[in-house]
Design a binder for this molecule. Sequence first.
Ligand code: ADP
Ligand code: MG
Length: 422
Amino acid sequence: MIDFFKDFILNIFLIFSPLVVYPYLYKSQSHSMKYRLWLCFFFTVAIGFAMSIPVNLNGLVYDFRSIPLIVGSLYGGIYVSMFLYAAIIVVRYVLGNPNNLIYCVSFIPTIIFIVLLLKRYQQMRLTHKIISAIIVCVAVKIVSFLIYLTSIGKLDLFTANLISSSQTYILQSVVIAVYIYLIEFQQKYIHMQEDAVHGEKMRIVSEMAASVAHEIRNPLTAVRGFIQLMGVPHLAPSKLQFYQQISLEELERAQVIISDYLAIAKPEPEKDELILMKDEVQYISQVLLTIANYNDVKIDVTLQDGQMFIQGDRNKLRQSLINIGKNAIEAMSKSGGVLEIGLKEQTDKIIITIRDNGIGMTKEQISRLGTPYFSTKEKGTGLGTMVSFSLIRAMKGKINITSEVGKGTEFEISFPAAPHGY
Ligand code: ADP
Ligand code: MG
């Protein structure tokens, strides 16, 4: 019995090992070729191990090969499924088992099962997914076993071990149920995170709409006044030109505000590009200026000389820094504070500092920063910093926070500098 448990635990460990990397694979686009290739790789390794280290339960030797086969098929699709079937046949051949051709034929009905199930699987509810995975897993074993044993004329082997084999079916069903549950749980968690990133962006967009409206009203009011002035009879040409020039400048400002706003609101696909940080910090402070003016806050930007590049997704960088800058402005709201934004390079690191002289945070608040739903604001969501931190970390960035209650807060965000030979 001890031996059985030893082998069983080892098998469980081996067939569950693809789960460790699954979230990374799933995040990097679940419909891409790369995702399928990696699934083929990890599930083939699991199948190989499962078949090489079978379990002995009450004299009946069996292995868990059908679990990685079914899970890989259901989550990878038809091509992964074919690959895994082929992998089982190859591993079986390498292990020196007889009757390989008959074994191949015995798989045909279950391949048809899986193809039929795959059409509906993704739309099913969790319980239906678990039930159908159990049914397919048991069917794969029974059907292929029956065909195989009938073909080699040893059907009595099947009936002789009915009780022991039913135990293995129960065990296998429990394992695959847990497996499906864990995969679905991981997928749900990833979707939740993606929704939070998107939701937070929409919140910035809708909150910005108020400040944008406010910002645009000022130039428009000015232009309106100047157009009225231009209508005054016998106006000196120099004055007319002056009014016209100011009106044009004001309209241009309104245009910049609108295009900045649209650049944030527009959805963009994920990219990995070389980012010139100077331009980005300038752009970000431009966007924050709209919010700062609305909150009676000044912005002071200090840029070190020199080319500074990082590697990442421009839009995500913008979203995360604007989130942090917006919090800093909100921490000084209506108190006439100054938001200091700095950019410098220090031994292969590009460092952005966002400093405010606002309300500051206690140690406990700092430690909770970045965890979901932590907010001290009446209408806060507590998702902004969580989203920012996860985006920054995805770009290999590090965040350092220093804060003192009543004095202010400094966020220091550092990214590895990207080489920029071009
Ligand atoms: P929200 O802004 O919706 O409250 P965030 O995740 O953006 O959510 O911020 C979480 C909390 O962190 C804020 O409610 C605030 O208490 C605190 N915080 C973040 N940045 C600062 C800052 N610069 N100064 C003071 N408190 C801050
Ligand atoms: Mg916020």
